[in-house]
Design a binder for this molecule. Structure first.
Ligand SMILES: [Zn+2]
Length: 472
């Protein structure tokens, strides 16, 4: 999953015109290997319902064997997930010499994609097509670049005779876009294969470019909000609509919803959002930038809260949000409603228990007859504390390859496999090597693409990150 950038960040710098890079400009063996892997895996329709994930896991396992990894360090783990799909995960261990005396680093990517329908796309979605300086194809950004980067970099390091000072472990999952059961089984049943000090996920974070393709900032994901749904129901004895009663399920639910609309969850801040607002403030500037800076200093400031409240991309960084998304009520045009139900979707701030959110909703609703039911259970993951080793290495690698860009921590509103590694006690960081313009982001959508130059630059970025962290 890739995040959607706030509108403000892309509005400010002006730079030289974008020189279109072609893949033929990149002739090193490791670059060609990454491209070959990329082309092969884009051709595999690893969307739910097509059963191609095990084939992709097997293909990649062979790549690791060819690069010289021992059979005992390569694990293809088949799994039938709850929607009946046969998927697989792949775990590969790059053995270190133990000199660092530290637990391994776990590297994540997912092999599955959201399906693409040929007739809706301009080009073949399951063929890697290079055009106008971009690679087009389903999964190019989400998340097959990550798979290609990590596979090609492990192969390159193995061939170069690199020995890390601690084990580096790759885990590729096969159902991140649907059931997320692979990662859950890896951190429980197969914990011995993936246990790590921390996790680097290629499926989140990454750099931003402005409209002219100039790099602006690097966002490192260190927290995710928690998704949860509630159903709110008011019941009533009902009756004939020609004989209206004083109480009415629809009117009462409407009042409940208006009360909830007015309710604000308490504002919050953590290390990640504090860093986000502080670093973003000067980049954004203007009234919004000022509010961000003020909020970082004093999250209780009502004026800063009010400004951020009016920016849909930022309000979620300040607190838990809950919003009505669906409604159903009544059973006939000429009958008093026997029930009225609304769905409320919440994105909880890390560390806020779902039971607290439920209790606050109930209080805000101010109707003791209201029934509340949690219909999508929450996975309450913590935020990951910012670690100097990770932030310094990622910031340095981003600077080396993309120029003087600040590293900004971020909390994403969506969810990746990292929510489960965080819940399993492994701090996790989204550190994709791609730098993209907001208008080039089509993850899950039509005509998904990545810039050719960023694909190859990300390859060097990952090499630097892994050799750096693998040499400490
Ligand atoms: Zn993804």
């Amino acid at each position: 999953m890739l995040r959607i950038i706030s509108l403000a960040i892309c509005l400010f710098t002006v730079g030289p015109a974008f020189a279109q890079a072609q893949s033929s400009d990149y002739t090193e063996d490791y670059q060609q290997e990454a491209l070959e892997i990329f082309r092969d895996i884009i051709a595999m329709r690893t969307a739910a319902g097509h059963g191609k994930v095990p084939e992709m896991a097997e293909y990649l396992a062979q790549r690791f064997r060819d690069a010289g990894f021992d059979e005992e360090d390569i694990h293809v783990i088949p799994m039938v997930v709850s929607d009946g799909e046969e998927v697989a995960s792949l775990v590969v261990r790059f053995r270190g010499n133990g000199l660092a005396n530290k637990k391994p680093i776990l590297l994540l990517a997912h092999m599955d994609v959201v399906d693409a329908i040929r007739s809706d796309w301009v080009r073949e979605p399951y063929t890697l097509i290079e055009e106008d300086g971009y690679f087009f194809g389903r999964g190019t950004s989400d998340n097959k670049t990550g798979i290609a980067m990590l596979t090609a970099t492990f192969a390159r390091l193995q061939r170069e005779g690199f020995t890390p000072t601690r084990d580096l472990i790759i885990a590729f999952t096969g159902d991140e876009e649907t059931t997320m059961e692979n990662i859950q089984s890896l951190v429980t049943e197969y914990r011995h294969l993936v246990d790590a000090e921390f996790v680097l996920n290629s499926d989140a974070g990454g750099g931003y470019r402005d409209h002219n393709h100039d790099p602006v900032s690097y966002l490192m994901q260190a927290a995710e909000k928690t998704y949860v749904d509630f159903e709110l129901t008011i019941r009533n004895p009902g009756g004939h609509s020609s004989r209206p009663r004083a109480d009415n399920a629809i009117y009462e639910l409407a009042t409940v919803l208006k009360n909830i609309e007015q309710y604000r969850f308490p504002s919050r801040i953590n290390e990640v959002t504090e860093g986000y607002f502080r670093e973003m403030a000067p980049l954004i500037g203007g009234e919004l930038g000022e509010a961000m800076g003020e909020y970082a200093r004093n999250p209780g400031d009502p004026e800063a809260q009010a400004v951020l409240e009016n920016h849909p991309s930022e309000v979620g960084n300040t607190r838990t949000t809950c919003i009505a998304t669906m409604l159903r009520a009544g059973h006939a045009e000429n009958a008093l409603p026997q029930s009225a139900t609304a769905t409320i979707n919440c994105r909880m701030f890390p560390g806020v228990p779902a039971a607290d959110v439920e209790a606050q909703l109930f209080r805000a609703a101010a109707n003791p007859a209201l029934e509340i039911k949690m219909t999508y259970p929450a996975n309450e993951g913590p935020m990951s504390p910012l670690r100097e080793d990770v932030t310094a290495t990622v910031a340095e690698a981003a600077k080396t390859h993309y120029g003087d860009v600040p590293l900004i921590p971020e909390m994403s509103k969506g969810a990746t496999d990292s929510q489960y590694t965080r819940m399993a006690g492994m701090p996790s960081y989204g550190v994709s090597g791609l730098f993209m313009r907001p208008e080039d982001m089509f993850a899950h959508g039509l005509n998904e693409r990545v810039p050719v130059d960023s694909f190859f630059t990300a390859l060097d970025y990952w090499y630097q990150v892994l050799t750096e962290l693998g040499s400490e």
